[in-house]
Design a protein around this ligand. Structure first.
Ligand SMILES: *[C@@H]1O[C@H](CO)[C@@H](O)[C@H](O)[C@H]1NC(C)=O
Ligand SMILES: *[C@@H]1O[C@H](CO)[C@@H](O)[C@H](O)[C@H]1NC(C)=O
Ligand SMILES: *[C@@H]1O[C@H](CO)[C@@H](O)[C@H](O)[C@H]1NC(C)=O
Ligand SMILES: *[C@@H]1O[C@H](CO)[C@@H](O)[C@H](O)[C@H]1NC(C)=O
Ligand SMILES: *[C@@H]1O[C@H](CO)[C@@H](O)[C@H](O)[C@H]1NC(C)=O
Length: 432
C-alpha cells in the first residue's frame, strides 16, 4: 500500500493559477479561487478565503441614458462575417473541467460522529442525479453530459466532528483542503479516482455546520494517487436554499466561470439581476449568458458576430434558449479584455419565468475577478423596479425592446429594429 501525500502546503496555494477569465499574462498577483454561494438573495457573505482584488479594476457602469436616442438611418448597412478573431486571448481554459463531451463528477458522501446521516446515500444521490445533468444538457444544446459517479455506496465517516472543520465559521484555504483531504483519506487508496474530472464532497443532510457550497481549484491528491484539480464541497444550501441548481452553479466554477454577485457589500443581483445562475442561483432567467456559453464551447466562434471596426452593422440574433447554428451573440471588443455584448433572451425553456425579453446588453471584463463584477448588465429600463425582487429585481427587465435604442456611453449604440420569428434584428453603431 502506498502512502499518499494529501496535504498541500500553504506556500503552494499561491502557485495555483485559478483565475477564471483572467488575463493569463501574469500581470496580476496569483490568487487561489474559492467560490462561496450566498445563502439568500438579500444578504452578502464575504468570501471565506484569500481574495485579492486585481489592481486597477475598472468599473464599467454605463453612464449615458438614452432610450430616446434615434439612430441616423444607415444606407450602408452590412452583415458582418462572423469571426473567431474576437475571442478574448486570455481564454485558455487551463485547469478547467471539460465543458463539452462528458464531465465526470466523482461523489464522496460524508457524515460526522456529531451529525450522523439519517438518510440513505441513495436518497441524496437520487436528489441530484437527474436535474443538474438535464439542465446542462439543455443549456449546452446537448454538448455537455454531466455524469455523476458515486465513489462509494455508503457514507464515509469523517475523522473530525462537523464542528471541527470551521466550515460555517469562515473557511480558509487550509481548512478547506483539510476537509477535502479528510474525506479522501477516509475513502482510502482502494478506490480509483482515475478519469474523475471534478470531486463532489456531499455532506449528510442536517449536518448544519457544513453550511454553504464552495468550489476550489487547488490540486489535491487522492489516496490512489490521482490528482484532482477541481473540488466542490457542498453545504446544506444544496438541500435547503438553492436546490439542485447549486450543482450547476458550483460546477460552473469547475468549468472556469466566475461568480457574478459581489463578494463584498451590495446585493446579490446588483450586476446581472436574475440572468445567469452564476449570479443568482434562483434567478428568473438562469441560463448562462452567451458570453459564458462561448467560453464553454456551447456557442461556436461562428455564432458570435464580432464588431471590431467603427461603423454601422446589422445583426440577426436568435434567442439563447434555442438550439441551432444561428448567431447568438454580438461582441464588440473595446480592446483585448473589455467587451460590450448583446444577446437575445426569450422566455422559453429554463428561462420561462423571464419577465423582460429582448436584447440583453452587458459588458464583460476579463481582468475583473469573480465577485468584483466581471459582467455587468446594462439596464435599458433604469429605475423601473424590474420584477420579482427575490429572483433578480431591478435588472430583470433590462433587455432592450423592439424599436428602442440604447447608447451604452462606451462608444457603442444599439437599436432593436424588429423581431422576426423569435429572432431579433439589431443595429450596432460602433463610433470608435
Ligand atoms: C434616465 O432616464 C430615466 C427615464 O427617462 C430618468 O428618470 C432618469 O433620471 C435618467 N437618468 C439619468 C442618469 O439621466
Ligand atoms: C433526521 O434528522 C433530522 C435532524 O435531526 C430530523 O429533523 C429528521 O426528522 C430526521 N429524519 C429521520 C428520518 O429520522
Ligand atoms: C479552526 O479554527 C481554530 C481556531 O481559529 C484553529 O485553531 C483550527 O486549527 C482550525 N481548524 C481547521 C481544521 O482549520
Ligand atoms: C479597455 O477598455 C476599457 C474601457 O474603455 C478601459 O477601461 C481599459 O483600461 C482598457 N484596457 C486596456 C488594456 O486597454
Ligand atoms: C415598431 O415600429 C414600427 C414602425 O413605426 C411599427 O410598425 C411597429 O408596430 C413597432 N413595433 C413595436 C413592437 O413597437
Amino acid at each position: 500500500m502506498r502512502s499518499a501525500v494529501y496535504f498541500l502546503a500553504p506556500a503552494l496555494f499561491a502557485a495555483v493559477n485559478a483565475l477564471p477569465f483572467a488575463n493569463g499574462a501574469g500581470c496580476y498577483q496569483p490568487v487561489v479561487t474559492t467560490y462561496v454561494t450566498k445563502s439568500d438573495s438579500s444578504t452578502t457573505q464575504a468570501p471565506t478565503t484569500t481574495y485579492l482584488p486585481p489592481p486597477g479594476t475598472t468599473s464599467l457602469i454605463p453612464t449615458k441614458n438614452s432610450t430616446s436616442t434615434s439612430l441616423p438611418h444607415s444606407s450602408s448597412t452590412i452583415l458582418p462575417t462572423p469571426s473567431a478573431s474576437c475571442r478574448p486571448p486570455s481564454w485558455t481554459r487551463d485547469g478547467d473541467a471539460p465543458s463539452t463531451g462528458t464531465l465526470r463528477a466523482g461523489i464522496v458522501f460524508v457524515d460526522f460522529a456529531d451529525s450522523p446521516a439519517n438518510t440513505t446515500v441513495k436518497e441524496l444521490y437520487d436528489f441530484i442525479a437527474m436535474a443538474p445533468a438535464e439542465l446542462y444538457k439543455e443549456m449546452s444544446y446537448g454538448k455537455l453530459n454531466l455524469e455523476l459517479v458515486p465513489m462509494l455506496d455508503h457514507f464515509t465517516r469523517m475523522p473530525g466532528m462537523s464542528t471541527s472543520y470551521n466550515y460555517s465559521r469562515g473557511l480558509s484555504n487550509e481548512a478547506h483542503v483539510h476537509y477535502i483531504n479528510d474525506a479522501l483519506t477516509t475513502v482510502g487508496p482502494s478506490v480509483s479516482f482515475k478519469g474523475i474530472d471534478v470531486l463532489y464532497v456531499i455532506p449528510a443532510k442536517y449536518a448544519d455546520e457544513i453550511s454553504t457550497s464552495t468550489a476550489t481549484k487547488i490540486d489535491i491528491t487522492a489516496a490512489d494517487g490521482t490528482i484532482i484539480g477541481n473540488t466542490i464541497t457542498y453545504g446544506q444550501d444544496l438541500y435547503n436554499v438553492w436546490g439542485t441548481k447549486t450543482v450547476n452553479h458550483e460546477t460552473g466554477h469547475a468549468m472556469g466561470l466566475p461568480d457574478l454577485y459581489p463578494y463584498v457589500g451590495g446585493t446579490t443581483p446588483q450586476w446581472v439581476g436574475g440572468f445567469d445562475l452564476m449570479g443568482l442561483i434562483g434567478g428568473i432567467s438562469p441560463d448562462y449568458l452567451a458570453w459564458h456559453k462561448w467560453y464553454l464551447g456551447w456557442i461556436e466562434d461562428n455564432q458570435v458576430e464580432c464588431v471590431a471596426d467603427a461603423g454601422k452593422t446589422t445583426h440577426r440574433i436568435s434567442p439563447i434558449e434555442v438550439a441551432g447554428t444561428n448567431s447568438k451573440l454580438v461582441a464588440v471588443p473595446l480592446n483585448s479584455t473589455v467587451y460590450v455584448l448583446a444577446e437575445v433572451r426569450s422566455n422559453q425553456g429554463i428561462n420561462k419565468g423571464a419577465c423582460g425579453v429582448g436584447v440583453l446588453l452587458y459588458t464583460a471584463d476579463t481582468t475583473v475577478y469573480g465577485g468584483s463584477g466581471p459582467i455587468r448588465v446594462i439596464d435599458s429600463t433604469p429605475s423601473s423596479g424590474g420584477c420579482d425582487i427575490n429572483k433578480g429585481g431591478e435588472l430583470n427587465d433590462a433587455p432592450l425592446a423592439v424599436n428602442k435604442s440604447w447608447d451604452t456611453g462606451l462608444g457603442v449604440v444599439f437599436k432593436v429594429t424588429a423581431e422576426e420569428s423569435g429572432d431579433y434584428i439589431l443595429e450596432v453603431d460602433r463610433r470608435m
